[in-house]
Design a protein around this ligand. Structure first.
Ligand code: BES
Ligand code: ZN
Ligand code: ZN
Length: 519
Protein backbone atom coordinates (compact mmCIF):
# COMPACT_ATOMS: atom_id res chain seq x y z
CA UNK A 1 0.00 0.00 0.00
CA UNK A 2 1.19 3.48 -0.84
CA UNK A 3 -0.12 6.85 0.20
CA UNK A 4 0.24 10.31 -1.31
CA UNK A 5 -0.97 13.82 -0.54
CA UNK A 6 -3.04 15.77 -3.04
CA UNK A 7 -4.28 19.34 -2.74
CA UNK A 8 -7.94 19.86 -3.40
CA UNK A 9 -7.39 22.42 -6.15
CA UNK A 10 -4.95 20.08 -7.91
CA UNK A 11 -7.62 17.41 -8.05
CA UNK A 12 -9.48 18.71 -11.11
CA UNK A 13 -6.25 19.20 -13.00
CA UNK A 14 -5.16 15.70 -12.20
CA UNK A 15 -8.52 14.22 -13.18
CA UNK A 16 -8.47 16.09 -16.47
CA UNK A 17 -4.86 15.15 -17.13
CA UNK A 18 -5.75 11.48 -16.52
CA UNK A 19 -2.21 10.43 -15.69
CA UNK A 20 -2.21 6.81 -14.59
CA UNK A 21 -5.20 4.96 -13.14
CA UNK A 22 -7.64 7.24 -11.36
CA UNK A 23 -9.07 6.35 -7.94
CA UNK A 24 -12.26 4.34 -8.34
CA UNK A 25 -13.47 5.02 -4.85
CA UNK A 26 -14.07 8.11 -2.82
CA UNK A 27 -13.69 7.67 0.91
CA UNK A 28 -15.17 10.08 3.36
CA UNK A 29 -15.29 10.08 7.10
CA UNK A 30 -18.43 10.20 9.16
CA UNK A 31 -18.47 11.45 12.72
CA UNK A 32 -21.52 11.29 14.91
CA UNK A 33 -22.18 13.18 18.07
CA UNK A 34 -24.67 11.87 20.56
CA UNK A 35 -27.09 13.62 22.90
CA UNK A 36 -27.25 13.00 26.67
CA UNK A 37 -29.43 9.91 26.24
CA UNK A 38 -26.88 8.48 23.85
CA UNK A 39 -29.10 8.98 20.81
CA UNK A 40 -27.61 10.24 17.64
CA UNK A 41 -28.50 13.91 17.55
CA UNK A 42 -26.53 15.05 14.58
CA UNK A 43 -24.46 13.47 11.93
CA UNK A 44 -21.59 15.00 10.15
CA UNK A 45 -21.04 13.12 6.95
CA UNK A 46 -19.07 15.59 4.95
CA UNK A 47 -20.10 14.68 1.43
CA UNK A 48 -19.32 16.38 -1.81
CA UNK A 49 -22.12 17.41 -4.13
CA UNK A 50 -23.86 14.10 -4.20
CA UNK A 51 -26.29 13.17 -6.81
CA UNK A 52 -29.73 13.09 -5.23
CA UNK A 53 -30.09 9.35 -5.58
CA UNK A 54 -26.86 8.78 -3.63
CA UNK A 55 -27.72 11.10 -0.78
CA UNK A 56 -31.28 9.74 -0.52
CA UNK A 57 -29.96 6.20 -0.30
CA UNK A 58 -27.31 7.20 2.17
CA UNK A 59 -29.67 9.08 4.45
CA UNK A 60 -31.99 6.09 4.44
CA UNK A 61 -29.17 3.81 5.59
CA UNK A 62 -28.19 6.30 8.26
CA UNK A 63 -31.78 6.76 9.48
CA UNK A 64 -32.29 3.01 9.62
CA UNK A 65 -29.03 2.78 11.57
CA UNK A 66 -27.62 0.38 9.02
CA UNK A 67 -24.62 2.66 9.08
CA UNK A 68 -24.17 4.33 12.47
CA UNK A 69 -20.78 5.99 12.03
CA UNK A 70 -19.18 4.04 14.87
CA UNK A 71 -15.43 4.04 15.02
CA UNK A 72 -14.02 1.40 12.64
CA UNK A 73 -17.37 0.93 10.90
CA UNK A 74 -17.11 0.77 7.10
CA UNK A 75 -19.98 1.21 4.67
CA UNK A 76 -19.48 0.80 0.94
CA UNK A 77 -21.90 1.93 -1.75
CA UNK A 78 -20.86 0.43 -5.07
CA UNK A 79 -21.48 1.83 -8.54
CA UNK A 80 -23.06 5.06 -7.35
CA UNK A 81 -21.05 7.43 -9.54
CA UNK A 82 -20.42 9.77 -6.65
CA UNK A 83 -18.69 12.88 -7.94
CA UNK A 84 -17.37 10.80 -10.81
CA UNK A 85 -16.10 8.00 -8.55
CA UNK A 86 -17.57 4.56 -9.03
CA UNK A 87 -17.90 3.81 -5.35
CA UNK A 88 -18.38 5.65 -2.11
CA UNK A 89 -16.94 4.35 1.15
CA UNK A 90 -17.91 5.82 4.49
CA UNK A 91 -15.67 5.29 7.48
CA UNK A 92 -17.10 5.90 10.93
CA UNK A 93 -15.00 7.87 13.39
CA UNK A 94 -17.43 7.66 16.32
CA UNK A 95 -18.40 10.53 18.56
CA UNK A 96 -16.76 13.71 17.31
CA UNK A 97 -16.23 15.01 20.86
CA UNK A 98 -14.24 11.91 21.75
CA UNK A 99 -12.13 11.92 18.62
CA UNK A 100 -8.37 11.57 19.12
CA UNK A 101 -5.37 10.75 16.96
CA UNK A 102 -5.53 7.15 18.20
CA UNK A 103 -9.25 6.90 17.23
CA UNK A 104 -8.29 8.08 13.74
CA UNK A 105 -5.51 5.49 13.58
CA UNK A 106 -7.96 2.81 14.66
CA UNK A 107 -10.63 3.98 12.18
CA UNK A 108 -8.33 3.56 9.17
CA UNK A 109 -6.36 0.60 10.55
CA UNK A 110 -8.54 -1.90 8.69
CA UNK A 111 -8.81 0.19 5.53
CA UNK A 112 -6.17 -1.41 3.38
CA UNK A 113 -7.37 -4.95 4.18
CA UNK A 114 -10.94 -3.82 3.42
CA UNK A 115 -9.93 -2.29 0.09
CA UNK A 116 -8.06 -5.46 -0.74
CA UNK A 117 -10.99 -7.78 -0.07
CA UNK A 118 -13.26 -5.45 -2.04
CA UNK A 119 -10.70 -5.46 -4.87
CA UNK A 120 -10.38 -1.70 -4.79
CA UNK A 121 -6.85 -0.71 -5.81
CA UNK A 122 -7.05 3.08 -5.75
CA UNK A 123 -8.99 5.35 -3.47
CA UNK A 124 -9.20 9.04 -2.70
CA UNK A 125 -9.62 9.84 0.96
CA UNK A 126 -11.24 13.16 1.79
CA UNK A 127 -9.91 14.23 5.18
CA UNK A 128 -11.94 17.41 5.40
CA UNK A 129 -14.43 16.18 7.98
CA UNK A 130 -11.76 15.66 10.66
CA UNK A 131 -11.87 18.95 12.48
CA UNK A 132 -11.65 18.21 16.17
CA UNK A 133 -8.06 16.94 16.16
CA UNK A 134 -4.98 19.07 15.44
CA UNK A 135 -4.38 18.92 11.66
CA UNK A 136 -0.78 17.76 11.82
CA UNK A 137 -1.59 15.02 14.34
CA UNK A 138 -4.63 13.93 12.35
CA UNK A 139 -2.65 13.59 9.09
CA UNK A 140 0.11 11.75 10.95
CA UNK A 141 -2.38 9.35 12.53
CA UNK A 142 -4.13 8.75 9.20
CA UNK A 143 -0.89 7.95 7.42
CA UNK A 144 0.28 5.68 10.25
CA UNK A 145 -3.06 3.89 10.49
CA UNK A 146 -3.22 3.16 6.77
CA UNK A 147 0.39 2.03 6.39
CA UNK A 148 0.65 0.09 9.65
CA UNK A 149 -2.66 -1.63 8.85
CA UNK A 150 -1.39 -2.54 5.38
CA UNK A 151 1.58 -4.49 6.72
CA UNK A 152 1.62 -8.18 5.85
CA UNK A 153 4.34 -10.73 6.40
CA UNK A 154 4.13 -13.06 3.41
CA UNK A 155 7.65 -13.11 2.04
CA UNK A 156 8.15 -16.77 2.97
CA UNK A 157 5.03 -17.97 1.10
CA UNK A 158 5.78 -19.52 -2.29
CA UNK A 159 2.76 -17.85 -3.91
CA UNK A 160 3.50 -14.39 -2.56
CA UNK A 161 2.00 -11.65 -4.67
CA UNK A 162 3.99 -9.10 -6.62
CA UNK A 163 4.64 -5.70 -5.10
CA UNK A 164 1.45 -4.12 -3.82
CA UNK A 165 0.39 -1.36 -6.22
CA UNK A 166 -2.60 -0.18 -4.19
CA UNK A 167 -2.69 3.47 -3.30
CA UNK A 168 -4.71 5.80 -1.11
CA UNK A 169 -4.52 9.49 -1.94
CA UNK A 170 -5.13 11.84 0.96
CA UNK A 171 -7.04 14.85 -0.28
CA UNK A 172 -6.05 17.94 1.71
CA UNK A 173 -7.00 21.61 1.63
CA UNK A 174 -3.43 22.82 1.10
CA UNK A 175 0.14 21.73 1.65
CA UNK A 176 0.76 23.82 4.72
CA UNK A 177 3.81 23.20 6.90
CA UNK A 178 1.73 21.38 9.51
CA UNK A 179 0.10 19.08 6.97
CA UNK A 180 3.42 18.24 5.31
CA UNK A 181 5.08 17.71 8.69
CA UNK A 182 2.32 15.40 9.93
CA UNK A 183 2.40 13.41 6.70
CA UNK A 184 6.19 13.06 6.71
CA UNK A 185 6.27 11.96 10.34
CA UNK A 186 3.50 9.46 9.72
CA UNK A 187 5.35 7.99 6.74
CA UNK A 188 8.65 7.69 8.58
CA UNK A 189 7.20 6.25 11.77
CA UNK A 190 5.03 3.72 9.90
CA UNK A 191 7.87 2.67 7.61
CA UNK A 192 10.32 2.17 10.50
CA UNK A 193 7.70 0.35 12.60
CA UNK A 194 6.89 -1.99 9.71
CA UNK A 195 10.60 -2.61 9.24
CA UNK A 196 10.84 -3.58 12.92
CA UNK A 197 7.74 -5.80 12.66
CA UNK A 198 9.30 -7.71 9.77
CA UNK A 199 12.40 -8.43 11.87
CA UNK A 200 10.11 -9.71 14.63
CA UNK A 201 8.19 -11.93 12.19
CA UNK A 202 11.23 -13.53 10.58
CA UNK A 203 11.76 -17.03 12.03
CA UNK A 204 14.92 -17.96 13.90
CA UNK A 205 16.56 -19.63 10.90
CA UNK A 206 16.01 -16.51 8.79
CA UNK A 207 17.09 -14.10 11.49
CA UNK A 208 20.26 -15.16 13.25
CA UNK A 209 22.24 -12.58 15.22
CA UNK A 210 24.53 -11.90 12.25
CA UNK A 211 21.55 -11.50 9.87
CA UNK A 212 19.87 -9.13 12.35
CA UNK A 213 23.04 -7.03 12.32
CA UNK A 214 23.18 -7.07 8.50
CA UNK A 215 19.52 -6.02 8.22
CA UNK A 216 20.05 -3.16 10.67
CA UNK A 217 23.19 -2.11 8.80
CA UNK A 218 21.38 -2.12 5.44
CA UNK A 219 18.55 -0.04 6.88
CA UNK A 220 21.02 2.47 8.35
CA UNK A 221 22.56 3.27 4.97
CA UNK A 222 21.86 6.84 3.92
CA UNK A 223 20.40 7.88 7.27
CA UNK A 224 23.61 9.30 8.75
CA UNK A 225 23.67 6.53 11.36
CA UNK A 226 27.13 5.22 12.24
CA UNK A 227 26.79 1.44 12.36
CA UNK A 228 28.94 -1.11 14.13
CA UNK A 229 28.40 -4.76 15.08
CA UNK A 230 30.90 -6.50 17.33
CA UNK A 231 31.64 -10.18 16.62
CA UNK A 232 32.43 -12.97 19.08
CA UNK A 233 36.13 -12.10 19.39
CA UNK A 234 35.35 -8.44 20.11
CA UNK A 235 32.57 -9.33 22.55
CA UNK A 236 35.08 -11.51 24.45
CA UNK A 237 37.59 -8.68 24.43
CA UNK A 238 34.93 -6.33 25.77
CA UNK A 239 34.26 -8.75 28.65
CA UNK A 240 30.56 -9.11 27.96
CA UNK A 241 30.13 -12.10 30.27
CA UNK A 242 26.32 -12.04 30.15
CA UNK A 243 26.09 -12.20 26.37
CA UNK A 244 28.80 -14.87 26.22
CA UNK A 245 27.07 -16.95 28.91
CA UNK A 246 23.82 -17.08 26.91
CA UNK A 247 25.60 -17.67 23.60
CA UNK A 248 27.65 -20.52 25.10
CA UNK A 249 25.40 -23.30 23.77
CA UNK A 250 24.97 -21.94 20.25
CA UNK A 251 26.67 -22.51 16.93
CA UNK A 252 25.60 -19.02 15.87
CA UNK A 253 27.98 -16.21 16.73
CA UNK A 254 26.55 -13.43 18.88
CA UNK A 255 26.57 -9.79 17.81
CA UNK A 256 26.59 -6.57 19.78
CA UNK A 257 24.94 -3.97 17.56
CA UNK A 258 25.73 -0.27 18.02
CA UNK A 259 23.85 2.33 15.99
CA UNK A 260 24.77 5.93 16.61
CA UNK A 261 22.91 8.96 15.35
CA UNK A 262 24.27 12.47 15.84
CA UNK A 263 21.58 15.12 15.52
CA UNK A 264 23.09 17.51 18.08
CA UNK A 265 26.51 18.85 19.07
CA UNK A 266 29.29 16.45 20.07
CA UNK A 267 29.01 17.57 23.71
CA UNK A 268 25.29 16.72 24.00
CA UNK A 269 24.81 13.58 26.07
CA UNK A 270 23.19 10.77 24.10
CA UNK A 271 19.78 9.21 24.67
CA UNK A 272 20.48 5.46 24.71
CA UNK A 273 17.98 2.81 23.67
CA UNK A 274 18.82 -0.79 24.56
CA UNK A 275 16.87 -3.76 23.15
CA UNK A 276 16.88 -7.50 23.83
CA UNK A 277 17.92 -9.23 20.61
CA UNK A 278 17.29 -12.87 21.52
CA UNK A 279 16.80 -14.34 18.05
CA UNK A 280 15.37 -17.59 19.44
CA UNK A 281 14.75 -18.59 23.04
CA UNK A 282 14.51 -22.34 23.63
CA UNK A 283 15.12 -21.75 27.33
CA UNK A 284 18.54 -23.41 27.06
CA UNK A 285 19.19 -26.32 29.46
CA UNK A 286 16.15 -25.16 31.51
CA UNK A 287 14.25 -25.91 28.30
CA UNK A 288 10.80 -24.48 27.62
CA UNK A 289 7.73 -26.67 26.97
CA UNK A 290 7.09 -27.40 23.24
CA UNK A 291 3.68 -25.71 23.02
CA UNK A 292 4.04 -22.25 21.49
CA UNK A 293 7.82 -22.43 21.66
CA UNK A 294 7.79 -21.33 18.00
CA UNK A 295 6.68 -17.90 19.19
CA UNK A 296 10.02 -17.41 20.90
CA UNK A 297 11.30 -16.19 17.52
CA UNK A 298 9.86 -12.86 18.65
CA UNK A 299 12.20 -12.70 21.64
CA UNK A 300 14.25 -10.15 19.69
CA UNK A 301 11.40 -7.63 19.39
CA UNK A 302 12.92 -5.32 21.99
CA UNK A 303 16.00 -5.11 19.77
CA UNK A 304 13.92 -4.71 16.61
CA UNK A 305 11.80 -1.95 18.14
CA UNK A 306 14.74 0.12 19.35
CA UNK A 307 16.38 -0.29 15.94
CA UNK A 308 13.10 0.88 14.34
CA UNK A 309 12.89 3.83 16.73
CA UNK A 310 16.49 4.87 16.08
CA UNK A 311 15.94 4.71 12.31
CA UNK A 312 12.88 6.94 12.73
CA UNK A 313 14.79 9.38 14.99
CA UNK A 314 17.50 9.66 12.32
CA UNK A 315 15.08 9.95 9.39
CA UNK A 316 13.14 12.66 11.21
CA UNK A 317 16.48 14.39 11.84
CA UNK A 318 15.62 15.01 15.49
CA UNK A 319 18.02 17.40 17.19
CA UNK A 320 19.38 14.86 19.60
CA UNK A 321 22.22 12.39 19.88
CA UNK A 322 20.81 8.89 20.15
CA UNK A 323 22.35 5.43 20.30
CA UNK A 324 20.70 2.01 19.95
CA UNK A 325 22.44 -1.00 21.52
CA UNK A 326 21.27 -4.52 20.76
CA UNK A 327 22.96 -7.59 22.27
CA UNK A 328 21.97 -10.45 19.94
CA UNK A 329 22.20 -14.21 20.38
CA UNK A 330 19.96 -17.24 20.50
CA UNK A 331 19.54 -19.39 23.63
CA UNK A 332 20.23 -23.04 22.83
CA UNK A 333 20.75 -26.22 24.84
CA UNK A 334 23.86 -28.20 23.92
CA UNK A 335 26.84 -29.84 25.56
CA UNK A 336 28.57 -26.48 25.66
CA UNK A 337 25.55 -24.59 27.02
CA UNK A 338 25.52 -22.81 30.36
CA UNK A 339 24.28 -25.12 33.12
CA UNK A 340 22.03 -24.15 36.02
CA UNK A 341 24.30 -23.06 38.85
CA UNK A 342 27.08 -21.72 36.58
CA UNK A 343 28.55 -18.37 37.57
CA UNK A 344 29.71 -15.63 35.21
CA UNK A 345 31.03 -12.08 35.47
CA UNK A 346 29.22 -9.28 33.66
CA UNK A 347 30.99 -6.35 31.98
CA UNK A 348 30.71 -4.13 35.08
CA UNK A 349 32.46 -6.75 37.22
CA UNK A 350 29.39 -8.04 39.07
CA UNK A 351 29.08 -11.82 39.30
CA UNK A 352 25.79 -13.63 38.74
CA UNK A 353 24.65 -17.21 39.15
CA UNK A 354 22.40 -18.72 36.51
CA UNK A 355 19.79 -20.64 38.46
CA UNK A 356 17.54 -20.89 35.40
CA UNK A 357 18.98 -20.65 31.88
CA UNK A 358 15.59 -19.49 30.58
CA UNK A 359 15.98 -16.18 32.44
CA UNK A 360 18.54 -15.19 29.81
CA UNK A 361 17.28 -11.82 28.58
CA UNK A 362 18.46 -10.05 31.72
CA UNK A 363 21.94 -11.54 31.26
CA UNK A 364 22.50 -10.12 27.79
CA UNK A 365 20.92 -6.81 28.80
CA UNK A 366 23.28 -6.60 31.79
CA UNK A 367 26.29 -6.03 29.53
CA UNK A 368 24.38 -3.69 27.23
CA UNK A 369 23.20 -1.55 30.17
CA UNK A 370 26.74 -1.47 31.60
CA UNK A 371 28.04 -0.32 28.24
CA UNK A 372 25.21 2.21 27.95
CA UNK A 373 26.15 3.64 31.35
CA UNK A 374 29.74 4.09 30.19
CA UNK A 375 28.48 6.37 27.41
CA UNK A 376 27.43 8.91 30.10
CA UNK A 377 23.96 9.23 28.64
CA UNK A 378 21.21 11.71 29.51
CA UNK A 379 18.86 8.75 29.87
CA UNK A 380 18.65 5.04 29.11
CA UNK A 381 15.58 3.08 28.14
CA UNK A 382 15.51 -0.62 27.44
CA UNK A 383 12.89 -2.78 25.77
CA UNK A 384 12.69 -6.51 26.26
CA UNK A 385 10.30 -9.44 26.02
CA UNK A 386 11.63 -10.24 29.44
CA UNK A 387 9.08 -12.14 31.50
CA UNK A 388 5.96 -14.25 31.11
CA UNK A 389 4.92 -12.64 34.41
CA UNK A 390 4.56 -9.29 32.65
CA UNK A 391 2.31 -10.74 29.96
CA UNK A 392 0.22 -12.40 32.66
CA UNK A 393 -0.09 -9.21 34.72
CA UNK A 394 -1.08 -6.72 32.02
CA UNK A 395 -2.06 -8.78 28.96
CA UNK A 396 -1.58 -7.23 25.55
CA UNK A 397 -2.96 -3.73 26.08
CA UNK A 398 -0.55 -2.01 28.43
CA UNK A 399 3.20 -2.15 28.23
CA UNK A 400 4.60 -2.26 31.75
CA UNK A 401 7.56 -0.05 32.49
CA UNK A 402 9.78 0.32 35.52
CA UNK A 403 11.67 3.37 36.66
CA UNK A 404 12.73 4.83 40.00
CA UNK A 405 12.43 8.36 38.58
CA UNK A 406 9.06 10.06 38.99
CA UNK A 407 10.13 12.74 36.55
CA UNK A 408 11.08 10.20 33.89
CA UNK A 409 7.83 8.37 34.56
CA UNK A 410 5.85 11.54 33.80
CA UNK A 411 7.76 11.96 30.55
CA UNK A 412 7.01 8.35 29.61
CA UNK A 413 3.29 8.75 30.39
CA UNK A 414 3.15 11.88 28.23
CA UNK A 415 5.06 10.24 25.40
CA UNK A 416 2.75 7.20 25.52
CA UNK A 417 -0.31 9.44 25.37
CA UNK A 418 1.06 11.41 22.43
CA UNK A 419 1.90 8.18 20.64
CA UNK A 420 -1.48 6.60 21.41
CA UNK A 421 0.21 3.64 23.12
CA UNK A 422 -0.83 2.46 26.57
CA UNK A 423 1.90 2.27 29.21
CA UNK A 424 1.59 1.34 32.87
CA UNK A 425 4.14 1.98 35.62
CA UNK A 426 5.09 -1.15 37.55
CA UNK A 427 6.73 -1.32 40.99
CA UNK A 428 10.46 -1.56 41.48
CA UNK A 429 11.83 -1.23 45.03
CA UNK A 430 14.63 -2.45 47.28
CA UNK A 431 12.64 -5.55 48.32
CA UNK A 432 12.91 -6.74 44.73
CA UNK A 433 16.69 -6.32 44.95
CA UNK A 434 16.69 -8.44 48.11
CA UNK A 435 14.81 -11.19 46.27
CA UNK A 436 17.64 -11.72 43.79
CA UNK A 437 20.61 -11.66 46.17
CA UNK A 438 23.12 -14.32 45.13
CA UNK A 439 24.07 -17.38 47.13
CA UNK A 440 27.55 -18.03 45.78
CA UNK A 441 27.69 -14.96 43.47
CA UNK A 442 26.64 -11.29 43.82
CA UNK A 443 23.22 -11.83 42.28
CA UNK A 444 21.02 -14.67 41.15
CA UNK A 445 19.19 -14.55 37.82
CA UNK A 446 15.88 -15.63 39.34
CA UNK A 447 14.04 -14.60 42.46
CA UNK A 448 14.09 -16.67 45.65
CA UNK A 449 10.40 -15.95 46.12
CA UNK A 450 7.21 -16.60 44.22
CA UNK A 451 5.53 -13.76 42.36
CA UNK A 452 6.60 -10.28 41.20
CA UNK A 453 8.63 -11.92 38.43
CA UNK A 454 8.60 -8.84 36.21
CA UNK A 455 9.76 -6.60 39.09
CA UNK A 456 12.57 -8.90 40.20
CA UNK A 457 13.76 -9.06 36.56
CA UNK A 458 13.82 -5.23 36.53
CA UNK A 459 15.74 -5.29 39.83
CA UNK A 460 18.35 -7.56 38.20
CA UNK A 461 18.77 -5.03 35.38
CA UNK A 462 19.13 -2.16 37.84
CA UNK A 463 22.44 -3.64 39.01
CA UNK A 464 23.95 -2.68 35.66
CA UNK A 465 22.76 0.91 35.35
CA UNK A 466 25.04 3.46 36.94
CA UNK A 467 23.20 5.24 39.77
CA UNK A 468 22.07 8.74 38.83
CA UNK A 469 21.27 7.98 35.19
CA UNK A 470 17.53 8.25 34.50
CA UNK A 471 16.59 4.74 33.35
CA UNK A 472 13.38 2.99 32.43
CA UNK A 473 12.88 -0.65 31.55
CA UNK A 474 9.95 -1.61 29.28
CA UNK A 475 8.88 -5.24 29.55
CA UNK A 476 7.12 -5.75 26.22
CA UNK A 477 6.49 -9.51 26.67
CA UNK A 478 2.71 -8.97 26.57
CA UNK A 479 2.47 -6.36 23.83
CA UNK A 480 5.26 -7.16 21.36
CA UNK A 481 3.25 -9.87 19.64
CA UNK A 482 -0.35 -10.56 18.59
CA UNK A 483 -2.02 -7.42 19.88
CA UNK A 484 -4.23 -7.15 16.79
CA UNK A 485 -7.32 -8.42 18.59
CA UNK A 486 -7.31 -4.98 20.25
CA UNK A 487 -5.90 -2.72 17.59
CA UNK A 488 -7.07 -2.65 13.98
CA UNK A 489 -3.71 -1.45 12.67
CA UNK A 490 -1.73 -4.26 14.34
CA UNK A 491 -1.50 -7.81 12.92
CA UNK A 492 -3.68 -10.40 14.67
CA UNK A 493 -0.75 -12.76 14.96
CA UNK A 494 2.76 -11.47 14.58
CA UNK A 495 5.00 -8.63 15.68
CA UNK A 496 3.07 -5.55 16.81
CA UNK A 497 5.65 -2.76 16.64
CA UNK A 498 4.17 -1.41 19.86
CA UNK A 499 6.43 1.09 21.68
CA UNK A 500 8.31 2.28 18.58
CA UNK A 501 6.06 5.36 18.50
CA UNK A 502 6.45 5.99 22.25
CA UNK A 503 10.24 5.75 21.98
CA UNK A 504 10.26 8.26 19.12
CA UNK A 505 8.06 10.59 21.19
CA UNK A 506 10.44 10.20 24.14
CA UNK A 507 13.38 11.13 21.92
CA UNK A 508 11.45 14.16 20.72
CA UNK A 509 10.82 15.22 24.33
CA UNK A 510 14.47 14.67 25.20
CA UNK A 511 15.54 16.79 22.23
CA UNK A 512 13.32 19.63 23.43
CA UNK A 513 14.01 19.49 27.16
CA UNK A 514 17.65 18.54 26.91
CA UNK A 515 17.61 16.38 29.99
CA UNK A 516 15.36 13.89 31.74
CA UNK A 517 17.20 14.16 35.03
CA UNK A 518 15.47 17.14 36.66
CA UNK A 519 13.41 15.94 39.62
N1 BES B 1 11.55 -14.66 26.58
C1 BES B 1 11.06 -15.12 27.83
C2 BES B 1 9.89 -14.29 28.34
C3 BES B 1 8.61 -14.36 27.56
C4 BES B 1 7.64 -15.27 27.89
C5 BES B 1 8.36 -13.45 26.56
C6 BES B 1 6.46 -15.29 27.20
C7 BES B 1 7.17 -13.49 25.87
C8 BES B 1 6.22 -14.39 26.21
C9 BES B 1 12.16 -15.05 28.88
O1 BES B 1 13.43 -15.27 28.42
C10 BES B 1 11.85 -16.12 29.87
O2 BES B 1 11.83 -17.25 29.51
N2 BES B 1 11.59 -15.71 31.12
C11 BES B 1 11.24 -16.62 32.14
C12 BES B 1 11.93 -16.16 33.41
C13 BES B 1 11.80 -17.13 34.55
C14 BES B 1 12.59 -18.39 34.27
C15 BES B 1 12.31 -16.46 35.82
C16 BES B 1 9.73 -16.59 32.35
O3 BES B 1 9.15 -15.52 32.29
O4 BES B 1 9.15 -17.65 32.49
ZN1 ZN C 1 13.97 -17.30 28.38
ZN1 ZN D 1 13.78 -14.75 26.42
Amino acid sequence: MKTELLQRQALTMKTKGKKGPQPSTLIVFATFSTDKKGNKSQNNVSLPELKDNVSIRLNKYIDEKIFAGKNQEYFLLRDVNCDGYANLLLIGLGDEKLLSAEKIRLAVGGLSQFLKTQKIGRALLDVESIKSVDTSLAIKALTEGILLGAYEFNELKSDKKNADSNKVTLLVENESEEILQGYKEGLVVAECTNFAKRLGDLPGNFLTPSILAKEAQKASAGTGIKFEAWNLARIKKEKMGGLLCVNQGSKEEPRFIIMEYRGAGAKEKPFVLVGKGLTFDTGGISIKPSAHMDEMKYDMCGGAYVIGALLAIAKLKLKINAIALVPATDNMPSDTATKPGDVYTARNGKTFEVLNTDAEGRLILADALSYASELKPRAIIDAATLTGAMALALGNIHTGYFTRSDFFSQEIEKAGTRAGEAVWRMPLCDHHLDDIKGIVADISNISHHKGAGASTAAAFLEHFVEPGIPWAHFDIAGTAWAAGNRLSYVPKKGASGIMVRTFVELAKAASLKGNFAQE
